[in-house]
Design a protein around this ligand. Sequence first.
Ligand code: AMP
Ligand code: MG
Length: 413
Amino acid sequence: MISLQEARAFVLASLTPASPVVVALLAADGRVLATDITADEAIPPFANTAMDGFAVRSADSVGASDDEPVELSVVATLAAGQAPSAAVGPGEAIRIMTGAPMPDGADAVVMVERTRALAGDRVEILAEVAPGNHVRPAGDDLVPGQAVFAAGAVLGAGHLGVLASLGHAEVSVVPSPRVGVFSTGDELVEGSEPLRPGQIRDSNRITMLSLVAESGCEAVDLGRIPDDPDAIAAAIHLGVSTCDALLTTGGVSMGDFDYVKVVLDQIGTMRWMQIAVRPAKPLAFGTVERSDGVAVPVFGLPGNPVSSMVSFELFARPGLRAMMGHDADDLDRPQVMAVVDEPLHRRPDGKVHLDRVVVRYDRDDATFHLRSAGHQGSHQLTGMAGANGLAIVADGDTVEIGDVVPVMLLGPH
Ligand code: AMP
Ligand code: MG
């Protein structure tokens, strides 16, 4: 058996980010930026008002108060989107709406709540304002030539908004891989067809397709493949010719018909690992060369339904994220430390256990707490379904109430 760290390092060593592609902004959401972005325009492009109110000369407002208002003459009204057609002279004001450009002559804005409208285009100013009051100067957010985002940034809504503000319709990003998924096993059927003796329904393919899609990749369903070396070889060849990565389940254990590892070894470069974790001990990871010379990674995950999901979290998700250009410290789900609210039973066995747990953030003590999600067998998918975390339980004895353990957050908590 090898350690989790060693297995992970082995997988990650052969995965590199894909070549950048230029995509429309919306398609860049969640992708890793492939180039540095520098501002070539000022944001905001012009000085404008942050408030609805009156653009004034601050000097005119000196001494203004509720009791002693200053009266100004309103010479124009300026909406957002309009260019100023008049300047503000001494004793004058321009009615101005949020986002409208500051007119010449004015150096401050008095918000409408601190004014009183009078008849005949006149207004009373009820407060003294300093120069620059409620004015957003040009370049207040970005100035031309300023570094905006560095390559490697993970683009989210805010980034896309900044790029749109700068006039970018497209951006260069690391693309997400197309990931082919097939399940293996002679016992597998799907849908509602009645089960003949010995058969079970395929649950791994749907969980894997869902995890692949959720991790930001394009999931490609390559079907169910029997425990037949030729069929498995054909499925892998087809998969590598159309996908950037492959994910299979089953056929990587010690059984007589576990052919995935055998075939992968024959047609690619593969390492079959026994990893000191529970569940998800066996993993076959390798690469198969495509006709264009690209080495396509293949994750041969174990067949037990919980094992394949845990293996996905431990190896496939970080691997796929590495292909998507994420930093080495941003490959895994977030981890928090959590207080154990009920014992997590175990015995020393040389393995790290990934217990399916329910994590909850307690607002009263500002601490995460966890308890078992129930069924902990690697065949008991309901325990995984009910879990929103994987507690990372180091080798040793039962973890007692009050102990603190790291937990990988799988979902909302
Ligand atoms: P294997 O790794 O192929 O030996 O499979 C281990 C266990 O997982 C066996 O009990 C299989 O029946 C079960 N299994 C394998 N593939 C699937 C699948 N796609 N859906 C549900 N169970 C599976
Ligand atoms: Mg099998």
